[in-house]
Write a protein that binds this ligand. Sequence first.
Ligand code: PLP
Length: 420
Amino acid sequence: MEGRRLLDTLRNQHIETPAFIYDEGQLIEDTQLALDAIRGERTRLLFAMKAFTIPSGLEAIASVADGFHASSLFEAKLGREILGPGRVIHLTTPGIRPADAGELFELCDLVSFNSLTQWVGFREEATGRTGCGLRVNPRLSNVADERYDPCRRHSKLGVSIEEMRETLHSDPDLLDGITGLMFHTNCDALDTTPLLETVRYLDHHLGNLLRRLRWIDLGGGYLFFGNQAPLASEDGRPRRLFRCGRISGRRAADLDGLHQALDLLRSRYELTIYLEPGASISRRAGSFVASVIDTFQSAGRTVAVLDTTVNHMPEVLEFDCHPDAVGDLERGGYRCVLAGATCLAGDIFGEYAFANPPEVGSRVVFPNMGAYSMVKANFFNGVNLPSIYALGKDGTLRLEHMFSYNDFLQHCGGLHHVRA
Ligand SMILES: Cc1ncc(COP(=O)(O)O)c(C=O)c1O
């Protein structure tokens, strides 16, 4: 939901802050946009649960998407609870624990092993119970920041194309039982040209293998809402819609690469094609709402302390980004520092300018926070997690969960210490 509309909604309905509000209508709209982008023969949309795991929101996504992508046993279990039997769950993780394997192979329709050693280790147990695939790493870098680049040097993510080719040459039986391949090589990209380049690369180097397989998964990392999004701000500052700092100048969606990649795969192979975006589906649907709990002057600047913290949206620190706040003015206005409520000196959202000075009790809304925020939020300093609300299509807010001292205690491993 657009931030200002959310503020209007909040004027009429009481909520406890800090709060995380997800907009059901926006989730469904953005899932549909992704589906429209990839629509066509033998193509399926999975939602990457790692970005957002609120169960009622997953239900909304599942009303449009074909299935989910999971990264762990817990995500796979939750995914199956939401989807029920018969709908697709694809799992990839750099490390399957032996203790989880049996349950994972029962829960997931497709499992992409991250390495040939994991494949060899689980081959017998997995074959016949799940569709076995391999994560491949084409080592075609698209992400400037190495920390988020799956194709970085000495990458831990997937089998290199050279190793695949070498195996096909020297020990082809090793790949018996493999029915699909997956790759994931980008982050917050609007331009899908790199996807086409990657597919062409695989077609060129692994065409013979692809002809024998049943499915391919092209990963996530692309934003399908493209030019409908509020893009770079006037002063060119990165906006929260993008994590990896690849913003420059004008932005427009470019789905040509995606469509050419899909055409290429459909024309040359009999594969079912999966895509598994996370941020594209969930980012615009989520907002944090905080209240100002104190204001004071510090070396000539007003500091407004909020009842939330960057630890509720750790990517603010991790990606060093400046989250959007509703009402933040490009020019003029009353400048202030929005700060989090923990002891960490760097627990600040940044400098903002509002039409009016912040006052104790006033609300601050951070929009476009639906992806990789609540799933990473933590209890640092014992600050409670934001209450979760769903904004229904009729404009009413529904409380989904309010965290309590018991949640904190459980997280600390001390629930049994609670006195009767
Ligand atoms: C294997 C895999 N699939 C899908 C995704 C979703 O990516 P995004 O949220 O950028 O679309 C990720 C993100 O890290 C991933 O690692």
